[in-house]
Design a protein around this ligand. Structure first.
Ligand code: GLN
Length: 291
């Protein structure tokens, strides 16, 4: 079958099903079934029948709003390609800048200590370890299903020669979490669950991302409230905090951080689409003046 016909039909099928980027998804699925890079499709003359059949099966699942990344089993994140599937939150491109902010904070530090709270696929932890060799990175994950993926990806990256990341089962709001590291961490970073309960999310998200990675209570900030205490305890004076948040939390999250006390340089940052995406702060240095 001619690839142009196949892809034309496929993108119409996905568009009719309400998929946001039908042509790209169709191309990526076909490239996946053929085990070739997407650019190779441009010079392809023919798609064998068995490939077309397999492609058709995956296309129907995508039309049923199974995430593209679950069908290919991979999600790109900065310089990584992470394994993903049922049970783990699919890393999003808008989180890449939070990793970038962290790496900027770490520049010039030969052996910084970084903690990623709610690591999921390991996207933040593993990209930071890869791009700042010398960092000690601890990835914390609470969800027993998700941590299988954190461990799998950490092992795969270590086997590929990246610096190892420590994976720890734990709850980011637990006052006992990583007690031994109190006051020693250079950067705490997190993409926590922050979607307000009841908010409308696409079917790919509602039906396939793990609930623990998404929902954050009535205003979406319940888990973040607990996470702030953990970060305050773990960070050394002057240490950095970076937390991703929802589009509507560009003022409420910075306000929450300011109100929790002991932070300087509280700032909010937009993503590449110009939407408020993450809040950063610096753990206050020095002693409080008495009197
Ligand atoms: N950004 C994610 C979404 O669009 C939510 C991520 C999260 O809660 N950490 O669904």
């Amino acid at each position: 079958m001619r690839p142009s016909t196949l892809l034309g039909d496929a993108s119409r099928r996905l568009a009719d099903a309400g998929v946001g980027s039908p042509r790209v998804d169709a191309e990526l699925l076909l490239a996946h079934v053929l085990s070739v890079p997407r650019a190779r499709l441009l010079t392809l003359d023919d798609v064998p029948d068995d490939v077309a059949t397999r492609f058709g099966e995956l296309l129907e699942q995508r039309a049923d709003r199974v995430p593209l990344q679950h069908l290919t089993g991979r999600a790109p994140f900065r310089h990584l390609e992470l394994a993903v599937g049922p049970g783990v939150f699919v890393p999003r491109p808008e989180t890449e800048q939070l990793a970038g902010w962290t790496l900027e904070r770490l520049s010039g530090m030969p052996a910084p200590l970084v903690v990623d709270l709610g690591s999921g696929s390991g996207a933040l932890a593993l990209s930071i370890a890869q791009e700042h060799p010398g960092a000690r990175v601890v990835a914390v994950e609470h969800d027993p299903g998700a941590i299988e993926w954190t461990r799998h990806n950490a092992a795969a990256r270590a086997a590929a020669g990246d610096p190892p990341v420590e994976v720890l089962a734990g709850d980011m709001t637990d006052p006992e979490l990583l007690r031994a590291l109190d006051g020693t961490v250079d950067v705490v970073v997190s993409n926590p669950p922050y979607v307000p309960d009841g908010a409308r999310v696409p079917r790919e998200v509602a039906d396939h991302d793990p609930p623990l990675a998404l929902w954050g209570g009535p205003d979406g900030l319940d888990v973040v409230r607990g996470l702030l205490g953990t970060a305050a305890r773990l960070l050394k004076p002057g240490g950095g905090l970076g937390i991703e948040h929802a589009d509507q939390q560009g003022s409420s999250l910075p306000a929450l951080v300011r109100a929790s006390g002991g932070w300087d340089d509280v700032a909010d940052h937009v993503d590449l689409a110009g939407r408020p995406r993450f809040t950063t702060a610096r753990r206050r240095c020095g002693r409080r003046v008495a009197g």
